[in-house]
Structures are given as structure tokens and as C-alpha cells.
Write a protein that binds this ligand. Structure first.
Ligand SMILES: [Zn+2]
Length: 434
């Protein structure tokens, strides 16, 4: 990672300055704290294999933390001490510095919460999401979802469970396995083209797509640093046509890949802020990451542009009947309204109020997931727990934030992209979206 050299030099210089300064807490720069935070996140990776989602900072920091083998107690104590050091730093000079301080404070507090969880402390679903992701998902009664299901009942009249009738309808929209890669590559090009029109992407950015099996998630972006991502697509279950744009935008452009690349460019390289070279999965940053990745689909394809593009390009490429595209998306937009049923299922399940089989049944009934997909979702809940809120609550919070900042007059599309790019390049966390 040749391009990290400049960052390392800046960090080295700042640490040196800090050592030579008189020990006045108010004069302490945030960067040494940030460096210590990065090392704590790496140390957590030794206790929790899912914790470190990405790291592209100095390799010696990783070696150093691997050798130190800190216990959870030691990590917790260090996180507490760092939070105190952070509180004693000088008042932020501008908005971005303020966001940086808040970022470090919240990320450290989430790290401490994760330490307590790994040590066996049980938090309720809402306590956990607040502690880890800086947000709590709204609660909806079953009757809320029933209202949406009633509309779908009218759309798919007949006998038996609604989920079976919905699945029968969806059969015509599966991308055949042999066409999957061609369709994805096409979707990626379309998302990239639309993103590059409004956001200046680093010239060397790129990503690779791999197809994998036996995972609890449907897609994953492993950011490698140097503006490169590895995107994995899980092919355990049939992949429907809407997943092409979803995954291409969410994992790629303007989603995770762009978010990571812009953080690397603006914060790690330009400013020398090392904390953004590591990404702890169970932290508030994940709500911003998943929320922007999901809302980014609407930013790239506003209004009916998505249906038009899919009907004209992706449906034919996948060998599907283009005439059916509008009906498919009409149904999908109703089903999308059921997304919070997934959060309810997770809340009930993780709070111990329903068991695994009841959770699968809840997802089939209220989230319209067939049994195999519902079982995959419960496996996801086992592994990632309250992380589930980051997708839909994150999307809604990001949408609200961007729309509140977008003027009603003039070129709304360009204005929305501008605010979106600003968010993707900043340390902003969930509680400062409100
Ligand atoms: Zn994601």
C-alpha cells in the first residue's frame, strides 16, 4: 500500500510533536488518540472474528496488536482512558473537527459496549442497538404489517399462505445462474456511470466480484484500501432481478465501495486521520454505511428511472420478459414496506420472546420470506444481532437527512448528489443526522 506512506509520515510527525509538547491535556491533538483507537479495534479482532471489517493502515500496528494479545478487560480499560483523553482535547476548530471528535467518542463507547457483550453482559435488542449503532428502531405492531399484507392479498388472491402465492409470482424474475455475472457487470457499469457523473472518484478505484456460498448474508464488500474492494455475492438462494441493481449500488456505486474510497481519500490521505483506516463492524459507522448504501440506490436511480433502465437493459440481458418489469416493481415497493417486520422479528427473537421456529414463521407471515430465506435471516440475526436495523432505519435516517438539506428549487438531482457525497466523505454518525 504505497499510497499510505504520506499518512504514516503525517501520523509520525504528529506523535513526535505531541511527545515534545508540555503535558497539557487541552493541547493534545486527537490523532494520537485516534491511533490508539485503531489499535484497540485491531485488538478486538482477536476476540471477535467479525469485528474488524476492513483495515488498511500501517501493517506494523497490526503486528504490534497481535503480539500484545490484550485481554478484554485491558481493552475495556484502555477504551475508558482514551474517552477521558478525548474529552480533554481542545475545542474543535470547525464542523469537521467536531464531527471527528464525536465520531471517536461514539466509536469508543460502542467498542466498550461490545467488550461488555463479549464478556457476557446481556443487553436488550434496543439497548444493544443504541450502544452499538447510536440508534433505536421504531416498534410496529403486527397490525401495521397486516395492513400492507391486505393490499398484497388483493394483488395475489387465492388459497394457502400469501408467501407461497408471492413466491409463485416471483419465479419469473430469477436471474439464471449462467447469466448472473453478465447481468451484475452490466448493473455495476450503470451504477458507476451514474455515480461518476456527480462524484469525482479516485482514478485508480476498482473492485472485483466473487461468487460464494454458505453465508448468512447475501452480499459483502471487503474494502482493501488503495481504493479497491472485493465484493462477494452469495449464491445459496435464487437471485432475483432486483438484486442486480441493489447489490451493484449497495456494495459498489455509490454504496460501500464509494463510501470507503471517499473516506480514504478525504480523511485518511488528505487529512492524515488514521481512525478511518479501520472499520469496526459493530459500531455506529455501520448505520451510516448501510444507510447510505441503501439510500444510494434511490440517489442513482431516482423516480421511475430504475424501472425504465431495468425494462430496457437488465430484463433482456437476464432473458426475462421486459413487459413484466413495471408489475414486478409495483409489488416490490409494497413488499419493501414490510422491511420493519424483519426488525420486529429480530427484536422478539433476540429478546428471547420467540424461538427460532417462531421467528422463521413470523418472517414468512409478516416479511413474506419463504422458509429458506427466513432461515438464512435467522442465521444472520444469530451472527450480527441488532445490526439488522442499520439497513432500513439507516436508509430512512439518511434519506431524511439528505432530503432536509436538499433545496426544493433548482436541480434537485445534482443537489441531492452533492449532499450525499458530503455525507460519504465525512465522519458524521447517526445521532448527528437528526
Ligand atoms: Zn452493506
Amino acid at each position: 500500500m504505497l499510497c499510505m506512506l504520506r499518512t504514516i509520515a503525517v501520523i509520525g510527525l504528529l506523535s513526535l510533536l505531541n511527545v515534545q509538547r508540555p503535558a497539557s491535556p487541552a493541547a493534545t491533538s486527537m490523532t494520537p488518540i485516534a491511533e490508539a483507537y485503531v489499535k484497540l479495534v485491531l485488538a478486538m479482532g482477536q476476540h471477535d472474528p467479525d469485528y474488524v471489517d476492513a483495515y488498511y493502515g500501517p501493517a506494523e500496528w497490526k503486528k504490534e496488536t497481535d503480539a500484545a494479545k490484550l485481554t478484554l478487560d485491558a481493552i475495556g480499560a484502555k477504551a475508558g482512558a482514551l474517552a477521558k483523553d478525548l474529552a480533554a482535547t481542545a475545542a474543535p476548530a470547525d464542523e469537521l473537527e467536531g464531527l471527528r471528535r464525536q465520531y471517536l467518542e461514539r466509536q469508543l463507547s460502542a467498542l466498550s459496549a461490545r467488550v461488555r457483550m463479549l464478556k457476557g453482559e446481556r443487553l436488550s435488542f434496543d439497548e444493544e442497538s443504541k450502544a452499538l449503532y447510536d440508534a433505536v428502531a421504531p416498534t410496529h405492531p403486527a397490525s401495521h404489517f397486516q395492513g400492507i399484507l391486505d393490499k398484497l392479498e388483493k394483488r395475489f388472491p387465492g388459497e394457502g399462505p400469501l408467501v407461497a402465492r408471492y413466491e409463485a409470482f416471483r419465479k419469473d424474475f430469477v436471474i439464471p445462474r449462467e447469466k448472473l455475472d453478465a447481468v451484475f457487470q452490466m448493473a455495476i457499469r450503470a451504477c458507476r456511470e451514474r455515480t461518476a457523473k456527480y462524484i469525482s472518484l479516485p482514478t485508480s478505484e476498482s473492485f472485483t466480484v466473487e461468487y460464494v456460498t454458505n453465508k448468512s448474508w447475501s452480499g459483502y464488500n471487503w474494502y482493501q484500501g488503495g481504493y479497491r474492494s472485493l465484493i462477494q455475492v452469495n449464491t445459496d438462494l435464487p437471485i432475483f432481478i432486483d438484486r442486480a441493481i441493489d447489490l451493484a449500488c449497495h456494495e459498489g456505486y455509490p454504496g460501500h465501495h464509494v463510501y470507503n474510497a471517499l473516506l480514504e481519500k478525504h480523511l485518511v490521505r488528505d487529512r492524515g486521520w488514521p481512525e478511518f483506516s479501520v472499520y469496526p463492524l459493530f459500531s455506529p459507522q455501520s448505520l451510516i454505511a448501510e444507510g447510505t448504501a441503501n439510500y444510494g440506490i434511490e440517489v442513482a436511480f431516482p423516480g421511475d428511472e430504475r424501472v425504465t433502465y431495468e425494462r430496457n437493459v437488465l430484463f433482456p440481458a437476464a432473458g426475462l420478459d421486459p413487459a413484466k418489469a413495471p408489475a414486478y416493481y409495483e409489488v416490490q415497493s409494497l413488499v419493501e414496506e414490510l422491511s420493519y417486520a424483519g426488525n420486529e422479528a429480530a427484536r422478539l427473537y433476540l429478546d428471547g420472546r420467540i424461538d427460532r421456529a417462531q421467528t422463521v414463521a413470523w418472517l414468512e407471515r409478516y416479511a413474506l420470506m419463504p422458509a429458506d430465506r427466513a432461515a438464512q435471516r435467522v442465521r444472520f440475526m444469530d451472527q450480527y444481532r441488532s445490526y439488522v436495523i442499520n439497513y432500513n432505519l439507516g436508509k430512512d435516517m439518511v434519506r431524511q437527512y439528505i432530503e432536509s438539506k436538499t433545496p426544493r428549487t433548482g436541480d434537485a438531482t445534482a443537489a441531492r448528489w452533492k449532499e450525499f457525497e458530503k455525507l460519504l466523505s465525512s465522519p458524521r454518525l447517526p445521532s448527528s443526522l437528526r
